[in-house]
Design a protein around this ligand. Structure first.
Ligand code: IMP
Ligand code: MG
Length: 179
């Protein structure tokens, strides 16, 4: 049995995601009308969301990537955040939109926000597919949120468990027995 054959409860379907991605892009398009935007994807979880989102953006955009580690193979943040892959180009004077898969404890986002703000972008906003506010350990707040979800460990559409399940086209809940 492969990872994707296992029974997984669907939390957000492929259609619901597609509809919401279009809605978010519509809001972003009007908020940034006439501006050029640097979209920075937080790897690896944000990659599917960012790919779908930017196809709906009707703006001049450039993309870059950043990667942080705070998770081992566990389902909880260690709080010990470090950059494992930095952005390629400077962001000074740019309108930065950081794209995340999920904001959970908020520790990664807090770190990333401070790190990127210290490089003097013209503006800085965060777009996350998922938000788990019940788990927040600080007051960091995303500007654009796809879905607010309950305190469950989710997988799919970029999100992993032990690096698996990122390719599922929906967001599902990882059954307890697989953790
Ligand atoms: P935070 O620092 O606790 O907010 O978590 C940030 C990162 O942890 C996210 O970008 C995800 O990569 C990962 N993460 C948090 N919750 C989940 C989840 O439910 N499923 C998969 N990954 C998660
Ligand atoms: Mg992530």
């Amino acid at each position: 049995m492969t990872a994707v054959d296992r029974p997984i409860k669907i939390l957000i379907s492929e259609d619901e995601i597609a509809k919401r991605v279009e809605e978010l892009a519509g809001i972003i398009n009007s908020d940034y009308l006439g501006k050029s935007v640097k979209v920075i994807c937080v790897l690896s979880g944000g990659v599917i969301f960012m790919s779908d989102l930017i196809k709906c953006l009707d703006l001049d955009i450039k993309i870059d990537f950043i990667s942080v580690s705070s998770y081992g193979s566990d389902t909880k943040s260690s709080g010990n955040v470090k950059i494992t892959r930095d952005i390629r180009d400077p962001i000074e004077g740019e309108h930065v939109l950081l794209v995340e898969d999920i904001v959970d404890s908020g520790l990664s986002l807090y770190y990333l926000k401070n790190y990127l703000l210290s490089q003097n972008p013209e503006s800085f906003k965060v777009c996350t597919l998922l938000d788990k506010p019940q788990r927040r350990e600080n007051d960091v707040a995303p500007d654009y949120i796809g879905f607010t979800i309950p305190n469950e460990f989710v997988i799919g559409y970029g999100l992993d468990y032990n690096q698996y399940y990122r390719n599922l086209p929906y967001v599902g809940i990882l059954p307890e027995e697989l953790i």
